[in-house]
Design a protein around this ligand. Structure first.
Ligand SMILES: [Ca+2]
Length: 158
């Protein structure tokens, strides 16, 4: 069973090639969006995620909109079961696209992977994943401008 809600970034639907939106704009978007730069006031400048829609229509996330942001989702992997955490990622050509894939355990301990995506889509897979109530899965953009990593197909599966 996959514990990630909409790891394929299939929603929300939109016209055009890309869409920047806040959690308030799209309340059903299951990822919580936050700016990485704490000096940006989220009340006057709500953090926005960005979805890309290439020809063919398979939506994916870009981990920068007007600034780098992070998205997170809280899941409940059952103790005693083995899970595999995976996703696909690719760099936006010409932009710093490093990011962190972070798993925060229920005890607050963080397991973090520094991802440096390449020019082509690549699948990243991690095992021995945390279990328990309120494991937080977070992707943190490390770019410095309005372009960043592309991410798709996030799974946390047993
Ligand atoms: Ca997708």
């Amino acid at each position: 069973m996959d514990l990630i809600a909409d790891g394929n970034f299939a929603t929300p639907s939109f016209a055009g090639n890309f869409y920047q939106f806040s959690n308030a704009d799209e309340p059903s978007f299951p990822w919580k969006i936050a700016w990485v730069d704490s000096s940006i006031d989220p009340t006057t400048n709500p953090p926005k995620a960005e979805l890309q829609k290439p020809s063919g229509g398979n939506l994916y996330l870009e981990l920068a909109s007007t600034a780098p942001y992070q998205i997170s989702q809280t899941i409940t992997p059952q103790p005693g079961q083995d899970y595999v955490f995976s996703f696909r990622a690719k760099a936006r050509k010409g932009y710093p696209s490093d990011f962190l894939a972070r798993l925060t355990k229920p005890n607050g301990v963080v397991v973090e992977y520094h991802i440096k995506p390449g020019a082509d889509w690549q699948t990243y897979t991690f095992c021995q994943c945390p279990t328990g109530k309120e494991v937080v899965v977070t992707f943190v953009g490390l770019g410095k401008n309005d372009g960043g990593a592309f991410i798709d197909d996030v799974h946390y599966v047993n």
